[in-house]
Design a protein around this ligand. Structure first.
Ligand code: NI
Length: 202
């Protein structure tokens, strides 16, 4: 007796329905997850925090010393051949677009404390803006500050010479007068965009 042929049409239909249900389940799960995720970040962003560093005049300063000032913060290193100077010049240009005396302090924090001492940082920031604050510190102090701002950095010795470069994330952080994160800007942001966003907080 030949067995009755399998009803392939029906099997395919059932499989299609099961598959569709699985996809729907997964999508529902994903949306639930993302809803949960977004509602959990309606609070303050986890950028910024306590730090203790040394300014370009050799004075120890902490994050508390900057309360009351809006800040544009950039982490980089003075030996950086291209990105850091570009981004700091952009920060300076943005500040110069704001009204005279606007309450915004540009800050440069080195992630290369081995080479960037107080003197190096002082010379460097003076080249960008008269109000720019330059901060350095011990490797531990720098590490604490970088971690607070979710900044990635690492020594890159692939060049093989005694001189090394630093790999580092390139983000300008905009913090308000209470030390809370407001916005960040990337290498794609223009001085106009930065100035426009900052102006809203003044
Ligand atoms: Ni750089």
């Amino acid at each position: 007796m030949p067995t009755s042929p399998l009803p392939w049409n029906r099997i395919a239909l059932v499989l299609a329905i099961v598959l569709a249900m699985l996809v729907a389940l997964l999508l529902g799960y994903a949306f639930t997850r993302s809803d949960g995720g977004s509602s959990s970040v309606t609070g303050k962003a986890l950028v910024g925090g306590p730090f203790e560093l040394v300014n370009q005049n050799g004075e120890t300063v902490t994050n508390q010393d900057f309360l009351g000032q809006n800040l544009l913060i950039y982490f980089g290193f003075t030996f950086c051949p291209d990105i850091c100077p570009t981004e700091l010049a952009k920060m300076t240009a943005a500040i110069d677009m704001l009204p005279e005396g606007a309450n915004v302090t540009p800050i440069f924090i080195t992630i290369d404390p081995e080479r960037d001492g107080v003197e190096e940082v002082k010379t460097y920031v003076e080249a960008f803006h008269p109000n720019m604050v330059g901060l350095t510190g011990t490797p531990d102090q720098i590490d604490t500050a970088a971690k607070a701002y979710r900044v990635y950095y690492a020594k890159n010795e692939s060049g093989g010479s005694a001189d090394y470069l630093m790999d580092h994330s390139s983000i300008i952080y905009f913090m308000d007068t209470e030390g809370e994160f407001v916005a960040h800007f990337t290498i794609d942001s223009t001085p106009e965009e930065i100035a426009e966003r900052v102006r809203k907080e003044l």
